[in-house]
Design a protein around this ligand. Structure first.
Ligand SMILES: [Zn+2]
Length: 214
C-alpha cells in the first residue's frame, strides 16, 4: 500500500503536448541519447528555487548538463562518514564516472535558503537552530560565510551571503580529493556564478576582482 496518486490533468496534458511536438520532431536524437549514454560536459549545482532555470539561461539541451539542485546551491565539506550524502554522491559521480570538464555553481538573487541562513545566524530564526530542522542543519554549511558578511550594511548583506554560498561551495568542492586531483591535473575547472532573477543578469567570480558581469 502506498500513497502515489494519478498525475493532475494539467501535467498529463502538458506531457502529451511535449511528446507530440518536441519528442516527435527529434525521435532519432532521443534514441541516440538513450543508446549512447550520457556524456555531459558540465555539472551544474543550482538552487531548488523554481525561478532558477539553468537550462534556459544557457540554452541547454538534454544530455548537456548533469544538474544537481539543492537548497541554496551548497556543497558540503568532504565527509566520508558512512552516512547518506546526496550532493557529495552527485559530485563524486560527475567527476569520477562522467568525468565532466566543468563544475558550475550557480547562486541567485532573493534566495530563500540564504535568507534563512542569515536569519538563523543573526538570531532572528531560532527554530532553524534546532536539530530537527533539516533546512537549518543544511544551512550550517554557509555559517562561515555569514561570519564574513555580518558587518556589511543591511541592504548588501543578503546578496553578499548569496555570493558567499557559491564561494563556500567552491571551497568545499576542493576538499574532495578526486575534485582537487582533477583540478590540479587541469582536466576539471570550477566556476562561480550568481544570477539576478529580476534583471536577467549573470555575474561570475574572477580572482582578485570579485563578482563581475558576464
Ligand atoms: Zn535559492
Amino acid at each position: 500500500m502506498h500513497n502515489a496518486r494519478p498525475l493532475p490533468n494539467y501535467l498529463v496534458q502538458r506531457f502529451h503536448g511535449w511528446r507530440a511536438t518536441t519528442f516527435a520532431d527529434n525521435k532519432a536524437w532521443y534514441r541516440r541519447l538513450s543508446e549512447s549514454g550520457q556524456h555531459p560536459r558540465a555539472m551544474v549545482i543550482s538552487c531548488c528555487d523554481s525561478r532558477v532555470h539553468v537550462t534556459s539561461i544557457f540554452g541547454a539541451d538534454e544530455g548537456e548538463f548533469f544538474i544537481h539542485r539543492n537548497i541554496a546551491n551548497l556543497v558540503p565539506p568532504y565527509r566520508p562518514d558512512g552516512q547518506q550524502h546526496g550532493t557529495s554522491a552527485a559530485v563524486e559521480y560527475a567527476v569520477t564516472a562522467l568525468k565532466v570538464a566543468h563544475i558550475v555553481v550557480l547562486g541567485h538573487s532573493n534566495c530563500g535558503g540564504v535568507k534563512g541562513c542569515h536569519d538563523m545566524c543573526s538570531g532572528a530564526a531560532p527554530q532553524l537552530e534546532e536539530t530537527s530542522s533539516f533546512v537549518g542543519r543544511w544551512m550550517d554549511i554557509l555559517r562561515p560565510g555569514y561570519e564574513r558578511v555580518k558587518d556589511l550594511p543591511e541592504d548588501q548583506r543578503i546578496t553578499a551571503l548569496e555570493k558567499e554560498a557559491v564561494l563556500v561551495s567552491i571551497g568545499n568542492l576542493m576538499s574532495f580529493p578526486f575534485v582537487r586531483e582533477a583540478v590540479e591535473q587541469e582536466v576539471l575547472t570550477l566556476h562561480a556564478l550568481w544570477t539576478h532573477i529580476g534583471d536577467g543578469s549573470l555575474e561570475q567570480y574572477m580572482p582578485g576582482q570579485g563578482f563581475i558581469q558576464v
